[in-house]
Design a protein around this ligand. Structure first.
Ligand code: DX5
Ligand code: ZN
Length: 217
């Protein structure tokens, strides 16, 4: 299982996004948290910024849409140049159609579940997605504490993927740090989002390498 690190620019300096992207050259992805102030009580950025950043950054964008009505907006993020677009299951009214639309626009399609949402109801949808995102905090803000209560669900998701032979990446997002990444990796996650642990560090590039080393142990 190849480990991938996706630093979240939510903890970066929004006035210098291109520089912040360049500060993590060994990152596999750049995680872009799109928040609309409705699905979550926080507001960040949208399509125009994603479009510009996709042009300016050498690292592909991993767009995490924490928005209402992702069915309407998600394909446009793929079109804007994102390499991966993830929608929240509970916000989507037609997740299968939307995941297919994202793929049709040439991006990888992801489905996200909040800490309290079970994974089993989505087992039959695994073939429709390239990545499953299990939130390890309630979405909305960076710097929250990793929720260990999600670990059994990470194990369960990996089990379902193995059973079905689904080539789906398993991403975790929230509270991922040098202290918590090993537990998440051991449970079966392979793509790790880290905001404050990377951009809150003196040396963001070093933080990415350190996270990767911990996850690969
Ligand atoms: C939270 C966002 C995360 C956030 C993670 O709703 O989805 O991507 O940036 O931040 P940390 O790593 O600080 O928990
Ligand atoms: Zn995120």
């Amino acid at each position: 299982m190849a480990i991938q690190i996706s630093p979240s620019i939510l903890s970066a300096d929004f006035a210098h996004l291109a520089d912040e992207a360049a500060a993590v050259p060994t990152a596999d992805w750049l995680h872009v948290d799109v928040m609309d102030g409705h699905f979550v009580p926080n507001l960040t950025l949208g399509l125009p910024v994603v479009e510009s950043l996709a042009r300016a950054a050498a690292t592909p964008l991993d767009c995490h849409l924490m928005i209402e009505d992702p069915d309407r907006w998600a394909p446009a993020y793929a079109e804007a140049g994102a390499g991966s677009v993830t929608i929240h299951a509970k916000a989507a009214s037609a997740p299968v159609r939307t995941l297919r639309e994202i793929r049709r626009q040439g991006a990888r399609a992801g489905l996200a579940l909040n800490p309290a949402e079970p994974v089993d109801p989505y087992a039959d949808l695994l073939g429709e997605m390239d990545m499953l995102l299990l939130m390890t905090v309630e979405p909305g803000f960076g710097g929250q504490k990793f929720l260990d209560l999600v670990l059994p669900k990470i194990r369960r998701a990996r089990e379902l993927m193995d059973e079905r032979g689904a080539a789906v990446w398993l991403q975790v997002d929230g509270g991922v740090s040098d202290e918590t990444i090993e537990r998440a990796a051991e449970a079966g996650a392979d793509v790790f989002v880290a905001g404050s642990a990377v951009y809150g560090a003196q040396d963001p590039a070093g933080a990415v390498d350190s996270l990767r080393a911990q996850a690969e142990r």
